[in-house]
Write a protein that binds this ligand. Structure first.
Ligand code: MN
Length: 736
């Protein structure tokens, strides 16, 4: 078992000026709070944070990382909260612990398989400091090393996650050693039988392989010396099992055909020319295998790995690989980004340190370059922490469904985008959303790691306002499509009504005209339109006037004869008009239902309200615009008499009272709900239900369903709620 003194000794050895007191305090705090907890092995829990701290110390990370290693499970597994951590250890450690706790939660949530890519990105997207990733890798490494005490299913799940998420991250960060160990441990726990078989196969050859390696490394050393190549060390290694297994499977070959089953590694002194010298010695000693030479020094791999690789045929015909690199390159190959920590030796603030930090920051960015959108507007950051800040996916945000499926969306996406990303149908019928179990306005911006639940009602439909809240083209296109469809069907209805009215005035049977498909089609074609509905839609939009349609239907002579503007009213018609007026019906009026109707809109100039006398004007592309009869603009509009239609308000019936859900954002204080319901009751408006909660940014969220009979009524309700002290915003949600 590792003791705290082992950790401290290592830190002092690697970084003589470290703050050892911080590490001791973190140790005592962790020991205190994990007290009484045990691991699956039965050992005290503290063994785990200690082992993690030791791995971090071995990687030569700073005291902050080591202390965080000791504290990393405290928030996740004990009653300690982040504020307590902050009061003891300050902001820096708190934010590292917070990052680790969040990653732990993601891993608990993501139960769905086949989304490794997204989870991996999500983990990285949530990280703002690369040290969080390094501590997480150390944590995972120790857990993998001690998995034998867990049940097989749990082992397999963790191993799969390691293979999918953490080993690739270690690879990306150039940490070859940790990656190799994570992969082998995963392989062992995920495919125990295959691991066993392959391991036996390699073991049965091990003594033979090792003897070969000894001969090879001895020969190499002799030859290097003979040729005066300055080298530090020549190592030999047998290929790791997971990478061997993958190669056998991928290339469908047997173990004898693997060129790099054994490899020698030459570590030269720190000048790259020694690598090329060593290479020439190797090729002079053994025959190289054609096309097996790779120069990763001249062209480093994405993760900054540098080395020369060549395969040669050994004395007994056994092929083997030789890797050649300098000491610095070797350290980077083994430890990757962690190797760069050696730069942070001195106290912060010195000019030299700034330079080193700058270099470190550049390295981290370069390592992660393939994953990073360029975001370099801060090239000369001043302090160390800044230099470690990452924003790997500044354009993406990752959120979960309640079932743990990861949905990737652009930054700024809202629950509506999320709903449409799940399915168009879910988007179309969305009535509200919960983020992390709290009801939120539909325009709320999603954050990484949010769990989003979409509420739907099958009868609900998209609203035009939604276009203001969505950022994905999928959502936008669906909403637009829906509005266009809806508008078209409304314009067809309106066009039919207008044509019927006009036919009536000409004393023609509307049914005979509109029902005559051939005739309607002929007229449609004259306007360059395809089908009768297109003609009706065009009338509804105000592009085609019903009077002109009748002119085409009747021909000039008949039209002139029947034109009501030129003919005298019959006595019957005069009588009918008198009767209609007497019983309060408008003549030939189009009924205006409400103000939200797409094809009947209230004129902005006079904004008529229910009860006022109104008149309709067929406006090009907008359908009927309803004006107050006394509006000063009406006189001008009268010039186009053929565009004027009579309209009247639809009767209000009991059933037409609508329930409207309002979402009220308030300051977080007591009595808000009472204040709001009072304000609504005061203007004699029914409340169907009301509930209150607190948002994550500590604002009050009150949901209230009110019963109103028109928009004006609703406006009054909204403005009286807005008048309640403490109310910040009132938003209308979809009617239920
Ligand atoms: Mn842990």
């Amino acid at each position: 078992m590792i003791r705290i003194d082992d950790v401290i000794e290592k830190v002092e050895q690697n970084r003589p000026n470290s703050n050892i007191d911080l590490i001791r305090r973190a140790y005592l705090f962790s020991a205190l709070h994990h007290k009484g907890q045990t691991r699956a092995s039965g050992e005290p829990y503290l063994v785990h944070p200690l082992a993690v701290a030791k791995i971090l110390a071995d990687l030569r990370l700073d005291e902050t990382s080591v202390a965080t290693g000791l504290l990393h499970d405290v928030v996740e597994d004990t009653l300690v909260d982040l504020d307590t951590i902050r009061s003891y250890f300050g902001d820096e450690i708190t934010s590292l612990v917070d990052g680790l706790t969040k990653i732990a939660q993601i891993s608990n949530l993501s139960k769905e398989k086949q989304q490794a890519e997204n989870v991996r990105k999500m983990v990285l997207a949530m990280v703002t400091d690369v040290r969080v990733v390094l501590i997480k890798l150390a944590d995972r490494l120790h857990n993998m090393r001690t998995m034998q005490f867990l049940k097989p299913e749990k082992r397999a799940r963790i191993a799969q996650e390691t293979l999918d998420i953490y080993a690739p991250i270690a690879h990306r960060l150039g940490m070859g050693k940790i990656r190799g160990e994570l992969e082998d441990l995963s392989f062992q726990n995920l495919y125990p039988a295959e691991y066993e078989r392959l391991s036996k196969e390699v073991e049965s050859r091990r003594s033979e392989l090792e003897a070969a390696l000894t001969r090879i490394t001895a020969t190499i050393e002799t030859r290097l010396k003979e040729n005066d190549v300055p080298y530090i060390e020549v190592q030999g290694r047998v290929k790791r099992l997971y990478s061997l297994w993958k190669k056998l499977k991928k290339q469908k070959i047997v173990i004898e055909q693997v060129y790099d089953l054994i490899a020698a590694r030459i570590i030269t002194e720190n000048e790259r020319k020694y690598c090329y010298l060593a290479l020439s010695v190797i090729h002079d000693t053994w025959t190289p295998v054609p096309e097996r030479f790779k120069d990763w020094i001249a062209i480093p791999r994405d993760n900054l790995y540098q080395s020369l690789h060549t395969s040669v045929i050994g004395d007994g015909g056994q092929p083997f690989e030789v890797q050649i690199r300098t000491q610095d390159m070797h350290q980077i190959a083994e430890e990757g980004v962690a190797a760069h920590w050696k730069y942070k030796e001195k106290r912060l603030g010195s000019a030299e340190d700034d330079e080193n930090l700058e270099e470190l920051r550049r390295t981290v960015e370069k390592l992660l370059l393939p994953l990073v959108e360029t975001n370099n507007e801060n090239p000369d950051s001043e302090d160390f922490i800044e230099s470690l800040k990452l924003d790997l996916f500044p354009k993406d945000v990752y959120a979960f469904t309640p079932m743990g499926k990861v949905i990737q969306l652009p930054r700024g996406a809202t629950p509506l985008d999320f709903a449409y990303a799940i399915h168009s149908e879910v988007g179309d019928t969305c009535t509200g959303a919960k983020i992390n179990s709290r009801i939120v306005p539909l325009k709320t911006e999603l954050q990484n790691g949010d769990v989003v639940e979409i509420m739907t009602t099958s009868s609900s439909r998209p609203s035009r306002d939604w276009l203001n809240y969505v950022v994905t083209s999928k959502a936008r296109n669906r909403i637009r499509h829906f509005i266009t469809e809806q508008q078209r069907s409304e314009s067809i209805d309106l066009g039919r009504k207008l044509l019927e009215k006009e036919a009536d005035r000409f004393r023609l049977s509307p049914k005979k005209l509109i029902g005559n498909d051939d005739e309607m089609k002929r007229i449609a074609n004259e306007y360059g339109l395809g089908r009768p509905e297109d003609l009706l839609a065009s009338i509804g939009y105000g592009k085609t006037l019903p009077r002109n349609v009748l002119a085409k239907y009747l021909g000039p002579e008949k039209f002139a004869e029947l034109d009501p503007d030129k003919r005298k009213e019959t006595r019957l018609e005069t009588g009918m008009r008198a009767v209609k007026k007497f019983i309060g019906l408008g003549e030939d009026a189009i009924v205006v239902k409400g103000v939200d109707n797409l094809l009947t809109t209230r004129a902005r100039c006079c904004n008529p309200i229910r009860g006022e006398e109104i008149i309709g004007y067929i406006s090009l592309g907008k359908g009927i615009v309803v004006h107050n009869k006394r509006c000063k603009n009406v006189k001008q509009l009268m010039v186009n008499r053929e565009r004027i239609v009579e309209v009247e308000w639809a009767k209000i019936e009991k059933e037409e009272i609508q329930s409207v859900r309002l979402l009220v954002t308030t300051e977080n204080r007591t009595g808000m709900l009472a204040g709001i319901t009072n304000a609504i009751a005061e203007i004699k408006t029914g409340i169907r239900d009301a509930s209150a909660s607190v948002s994550r940014d500590d604002q009050g969220l009150i949901e209230v369903t009110v019963e109103v009979f028109d928009k004006r009524h609703l406006d009054r309700v909204i403005s009286s709620v807005e008048g309640v002290p403490g109310v910040l915003a009132v938003e209308r949600m979809n009617a239920t």
